[in-house]
Design a protein around this ligand. Structure first.
Ligand SMILES: [Zn+2]
Length: 371
């Protein structure tokens, strides 16, 4: 319990420091201090430039203690979502929550606290291991930007353990691809009372298109959403333009492409019906990954979970994370639990018993991966 208490204290200190995406400097300074206490020098990369952020990703390496052992990357992200300013962690029994008007930020500061604890233990207990790269990323929550802007030729890692999971002991070994769509509809302005027939309502065209779309859960592996509509100039002007921001995700690329095509054709049909012009922008936000249960990394993580007496299963995530980018860049990555629950809500909590179990879990996985 002493160890759980120490990690919980570290966690509470981390969440008291604001670190919204792109504003991670103050938190990083504390992390640098903690890493220095452990005996590790840290440095920033250049990833922050792409978003005009305060800093880049934060790196530190525990050098290999023996040759020819696998090199492992340990990752958690430094940024938290809104509302995430002036977080006051409250402790009740084993649960830590926010004071109710902000998120807690256990996503992903529980991951940061676990990695610090494990790094400390690795340095103290000196098991034999290859290079261990600690990577604390920026701007994960606004498009995996930190992970996307790493120079992947500047280091080598055989695998990555991403501490960004939930409360159960399962590990995420698959996540979907996502495509982000921006539809810009151009109609024609007119006075809505004097000559509405001269106008073409871009908002009406968007409404017809969206009403025709299949959205939400499309099938077990595919989801779609229209998240933002903006447009119009005044109550008495037929709106000449409207922008619609949407996304689709799927573990299956064919299904994803079919869903995106469906949404595009709804837009095209509605614009044609009303005489509006359509501009479409579709970009792949991140690419799916799917590591089989017999993948060497997955097999080791599951084996350790079983040895520790945890119910171990592999899970398919519905969201994108830095793990998508690592897998895409050729570093097999799985997402491990942190003890956090209800991320991105005011009800977010951290179970410190589970948090401490995750710490033990991660340490054992690192040791076992060397064998
Ligand atoms: Zn996260």
């Amino acid at each position: 319990m002493f160890r759980a208490q120490a990690i919980a204290d570290e966690f509470c200190e981390l969440v008291r420091i604001d670190s919204l995406s792109g504003q991670e400097l103050k938190l990083a300074m504390l992390l640098i201090e903690r890493l220095r206490d452990i005996g590790l020098a840290a440095h920033f990369d250049e990833a922050g430039k792409s978003i005009d952020g305060q800093i880049g990703n934060l790196w530190a390496t525990i050098p290999a203690s023996a040759e020819a052992l696998p090199s492992i990357m340990l990752n958690a992200h430094m940024d938290t979502v809104k509302p995430g300013s002036r977080i006051h962690p409250l402790r009740e029994g084993n649960l830590i929550s926010s004071s109710g008007d902000t998120v807690l930020g256990a996503d992903d500061k529980a991951g940061l606290a676990i990695i610090l604890a494990v790094a400390r233990k690795l340095v103290e207990e000196k098991p034999s291991h290859g290079d261990i790269h600690i990577l604390f990323t920026i701007a994960e929550e606004i498009g995996l930007t930190g992970a996307k802007n790493i120079d992947y030729d500047s280091f080598h890692a055989d695998c990555a353990l991403v501490l960004d999971g939930g409360q159960d002991h399962g590990i995420y070994t698959a996540a979907p691809s996502a495509i982000h769509m921006t539809y810009t509809l151009n109609g024609k302005a007119a006075h809505s009372g004097v000559s509405p027939e001269k106008g073409i309502s871009a908002i009406q065209a968007a409404a017809i298109a969206i009403a025709d779309m299949d959205l939400g859960r499309i099938d077990e592996r595919t989801t779609a959403n229209v998240g933002i509509i903006s447009g119009g100039q005044a109550r008495n002007i037929v709106p000449p333009s409207c922008t619609v921001e949407a996304e689709a995700r799927s573990h299956d690329m064919d299904k994803l492409n079919a869903q995106v095509a469906h949404m595009r054709s709804c837009m095209e049909a509605a614009c044609q019906e009303l005489g509006a012009k359509l501009e479409v922008e579709e970009t792949e936000a991140y690419h799916a990954f799917d590591l089989p249960d017999d993948h060497p990394l997955v097999a080791v993580v599951l084996e350790v979970a079983r040895d520790l007496g945890h119910d171990a299963e592999t899970l398919r995530g519905g969201g994108g994370s830095d793990a998508n980018i690592f897998n895409e860049r050729g570093i097999p990555a799985v997402i491990m639990p942190t003890g956090a629950a209800d991320a991105h809500t005011l009800d977010e909590t951290l179970d410190i018993t589970r948090d401490a179990e995750s710490d033990e879990y991660l340490y054992e996985v690192i040791v076992r991966l060397q064998q």
